[in-house]
Ligand binder design. Sequence first.
Ligand code: SF4
Length: 328
Amino acid sequence: MKKRVFSGARPTGRQHLGNYLGAIQNYVALQEDYDCIYCIVDIHALTTLENTDRLQQDIHEMMLDWLAAGLDPKKSILFVQSHVPEVMELHTLLSMVTPLSWLLRVPTFKEKARMQPHNVNYGLVGYPVLMTADIVLYKAEVVPVGEDQLPHLELAREIARRFNTLYGPTFPEPQAKLTSFPMVLGLNGAQKMGKSYDNYIELAATPEETSKLVMTAVTDPARQYRSDPGHPEVCNVFSLHRFFNTGRADEIAVECRSAGIGCVDCKKLLAEGINLRLAALREKRASLAAKPKYVSKVLADGAKRAQAIAKKTLTEVKEKMGLLPPAA
Ligand code: SF4
């Protein structure tokens, strides 16, 4: 029997190249070897989102990108966190076995509290408990994480372990599947590619939009004139060539160092590489978007399958906690 993987991502709308290279590609690959459950975590988003006007649209666009990139509803369960409300009940029950001191020491809580001092809500401190509920509700054994997320998973393991100690073996302690997510810098070359920095290229961008955006990318700052030799190792355009023009990257590096290629031509090559690589995804996205209600059907089916697992786990938890009579 395949092991079960769980992963969740916040509803951030149309996905960009950084999301694709950092997470989505990995999600798609895991489908072959694991029983995968992928969730758009809309409740988590509420801990920081103060305006929810775009929430439904963002969920829809994000799922379209996931499906177009190869997430397959026949292989994986794809759903929205709040569509399986059992997770909120389990969150409350797990909060009774989680010492507050464990939550207050979480560095991301302190960071978020610093970033939004006007909105240090209860959900922010309880975030790791809800994250644990997300994972253990489906008895997931494996969680794909980057190294920076390991402390969060360790906390989930501690909460699961504490429940098991208090009420008897119930949850598997989820194991980390360490993935080396590539750090994809944004077009400004300064921060990670992301919506908050407005330095991204959407997967769904047209080839023309992609070319225009690539032309704005910051390159090696030392290369002032066409005749100056470049330093690909410090150039963000070059780092993207490594992903989108893999077979030609070494040749491009040599050309850059000898000033054999100018930055404008180099960017044109990159735009071509991105457009070629994403052509099939974009075509599929357009055809899925043209099917009315396709995404909502996928999400409804995913929620139904997820809920069947969730209900079973929750009944078991309540029986063990004495909230229901033990099963006969
Ligand atoms: Fe960067 Fe390409 Fe210009 Fe070299 S030629 S600095 S790799 S954009």
